[in-house]
Design a protein around this ligand. Structure first.
Ligand code: ADP
Ligand code: 5RP
Length: 559
């Protein structure tokens, strides 16, 4: 095989499905792809993998076997579509949602696959949007600040309920038997690489952003003991493991994984990575100041910086967390497309769906068209985009959504537009936090499924006041993984170099319109007033409502 024929495979593990992409190493051409939906999807109301026992509010679980099915079905299907010989494949890499955690035995068997634990919700994968560990996160944050822990600043002052420590502490406190049975608390990003290679390597990205691993160490046992004496050994007993850098070879493809995928045994398998972070090189946007927003179900914002700064409410700063040699910053919004989906599915009257169907449009497209016809502010609304809590900059998943200004004249397209705007205001809040912390955002680069809505993109340019570049690939994370596979296979020295050849973006695809931008400034000021009032202690009604909801749920369960 000549070097020109070499291909790599990137597999992107999203919230509902996994996608495999076959990419030519020499120029990044995307030759074939295939998607596999997880059979069990997201279990957020009931443990549907078993008898359908109800789950408490804010839970979100998955079944690890669904991830392996992606290797067995999507990889061979993508190869077939690409029409390439498996012998041309020199490497494979994966990216995953994060922080998505699998409790396993020493061999990596998920506890949910053991008969004795299959009925226990805590034995399953806790998906990134499992938000039921907020009480544990609150205690971690309070204690970290009271002890002036040096690492808390690296996380913008808050550890999220979505992350390894809060979720791990929840397991200990709610199902100690599962906690005791768990030999490893593994990021799904690393579990899948373990399935591919037979070796467990913890990736530097999730270890840093989600696992509080900074400057070579984790929070110390004293800190953990103060949280809960039973948690003192969490790092040593459940978490700590060999760390691999991004783009490194984790191992060779095992015989078992070669049989699942149809790929040659022994080809390079890259160290695991996160869906957001792999996308930066896929957009060829890894220079300091280029913020890449991966906009889909949620939005992740990733950006390199050449120095360390403490940005309030960011998810974290990790050296080498995106590409080698630079400080990688991450921030995010836990709900974006998810909020639009909730509105379309649960709040829109039937006549709108009928009209959309009649015109061959999706409800999103119809509402966007109607919303675009009105001037800025004509709906008289402002919304808070916290339907899935707030990841940045408040880091509080007890917060919830808000819509203000509704009257008897408010139409579905008005609310839809207010929701689109609220997410852009959320992104502007994040950008302003970076700008005022000494790591300014100079270019906003958008990737992800929401690129399909040009009105939304223009709205983001107008609201943030920044020109927006757009990734060329429609499969950014899978391409980003493919880039890391090429690096792990030795075809390029690093992900930045590989990204400059295999990735790319359209520069300044959307530029701010001065009149709209000025009009949005006024609405943004109202958003910020509500944001600070409800998010910074002015009124804790959102937290109280969630507590009431939990109590009511508890009564329902015990009735
Ligand atoms: N025309 C549209 N405008 C705005 N949002 C849309 C539109 N069509 C679909 N969506 C939203 O896009 C989201 C899916 O984005 P996608 O990037 O495909 O998913 P994921 O983040 O899981 O990879 C859904 O939450 C859906 O609500
Ligand atoms: O926080 C993340 C990365 O750090 C998650 O992976 C992300 O928010 C989920 O991504 P998606 O919206 O694409 O399903």
């Amino acid at each position: 095989m000549s070097a020109a024929d070499a291909v790599v495979i990137g597999v992107d593990y999203g919230t509902l499905s996994g996608r495999a992409l076959v990419v030519r190493v020499s120029d990044g051409a995307e030759l074939g792809s295939a998607v596999h939906e997880y059979a069990h999807g997201v279990m957020d109301e009931a443990l549907t993998a078993r008898r359908g026992e109800p789950l408490p509010p804010e839970w979100a679980l998955q079944v690890p076997g669904d991830y392996v099915e992606v290797l067995k079905t999507a990889v061979p299907a993508a190869l077939r579509e690409a029409g390439v010989d498996p012998g041309q494949v020199i490497g494979i890499a994966t990216d995953f949602t994060a922080c998505t955690m699998v409790p396993t035995t020493t061999e990596g068997t998920p506890l949910s696959e053991l008969k004795e634990y299959a009925d226990r919700p805590h034995a399953y994968v806790k998906l990134w949007k499992h938000h039921a560990a907020q009480a544990q996160a609150d205690r971690i944050n309070e204690l970290a600040h009271s002890r002036a822990e040096s690492w808390i600043g690296r996380y913008g002052g808050f550890i999220s309920s979505e992350w390894e420590f809060a979720k791990g502490l929840q397991v200990l406190e709610e199902d100690p038997e599962i906690y005791a049975a768990m030999d490893h608390w593994v990021e799904a990003a690393d579990w899948i690489v373990w399935q591919l290679t037979g070796e467990y390597v913890r990736n530097a990205c999730t270890a840093g952003y989600k696992g509080i691993y900074q400057d070579g160490s984790y929070p110390d046992p004293d800190f953990l003991h103060a949280l809960n004496p039973g948690f003192a050994g969490f790092v040593a007993e459940k978490l700590d493991h060999r760390i691999g850098q991004l783009g490194e070879r984790a191992g060779g493809l095992s015989a078992a994984a070669a049989a699942w995928t149809g790929l040659p045994e022994g080809i390079a398998v890259a160290v695991g990575n996160v869906d957001a972070h792999v996308t930066a090189p896929a957009a060829d946007a890894v220079a300091p100041g280029q913020m890449v927003a991966i906009m889909g179900t949620s939005t992740c914002h990733v950006m390199n910086g050449d120095r360390l700064a403490e940005v309030p409410g960011m998810c974290g700063a990790v050296h080498g967390g995106i590409t080698a040699g630079l400080w990688g910053y991450e921030a995010g919004q836990s709900g974006v497309g998810d909020i639009f989906a909730w509105y379309v599915e649960h709040q829109v009257p039937g006549r709108v769906s009928t009209e959309a169907e009649g015109r061959g449009l999706s409800v999103h497209e119809l509402l966007t068209e109607k919303a675009a016809a009105q001037p800025v502010g004509a709906h008289g609304l402002v919304a808070l985009d916290w339907h899935s809590g707030n990841r940045s900059v408040l880091v509080d998943h007890e917060l919830s959504g808000l819509l203000l200004g509704v009257t008897l004249a408010t139409r579905p397209e008005d609310v839809y537009r207010a929701l689109l705007e609220s997410t852009a205001f959320g992104t502007r809040t994040i950008i302003e936090a970076f700008n005022s912390s000494g790591v300014p955002v100079t270019e906003l680069v958008v990737a992800g499924g929401l690129l399909r809505n040009p009105f939304l993109m223009q709205l983001y340019a107008d609201i943030t006041g920044l020109p927006i570049s757009t990734i060329i690939s429609t499969q950014g994370p899978a391409l980003g993984s493919a880039i890391h596979a090429a690096v792990a296979a030795g075809a390029y020295p690093d992900a930045s170099t590989a990204g400059s050849v295999m990735g790319g973006r359209r520069k300044n695809a959307y530029t701010p319109q001065p009149e709209a931008a000025a009009a949005y400034d006024e609405l943004y000021a109202e958003y910020r007033a509500l944001h600070d009032h409800f998010g910074r202690g002015g009124n804790d009604v959102m937290r109280r409502l969630k507590a009431i909801r939990r109590r009511a749920h508890q009564q329902e369960v015990s009735a």
